[in-house]
Design a binder for this molecule. Structure first.
Ligand SMILES: [Zn+2]
Length: 67
């Protein structure tokens, strides 16, 4: 399974590039928000799922599983 690396769709509906310098999370690595719960998590705590024909980032192993 290859990583999606071109664009991600934010919860707000804004499209941004994964390497955008204008990210509000710059300096924290590639923090993404979960598609389901919206919680911001580092890549290690996210997995991708195909939903409605798109690849979305969701919590790993599941939402609410806070370490
Ligand atoms: Zn979640």
């Amino acid at each position: 399974m290859s990583k999606p690396e071109v664009t991600q769709i934010a919860d707000s509906g804004l499209r941004y590039h994964s390497k955008s310098a204008g990210s509000p999370f710059s300096g924290l690595g590639q923090i993404r928000s979960c598609f389901f719960c919206g919680r911001h998590r580092p890549p290690a705590a996210l997995m991708t799922r195909r939903l409605l024909g798109r690849t979305e980032q969701v919590c790993k192993p599941q939402c609410g599983a806070e370490s």
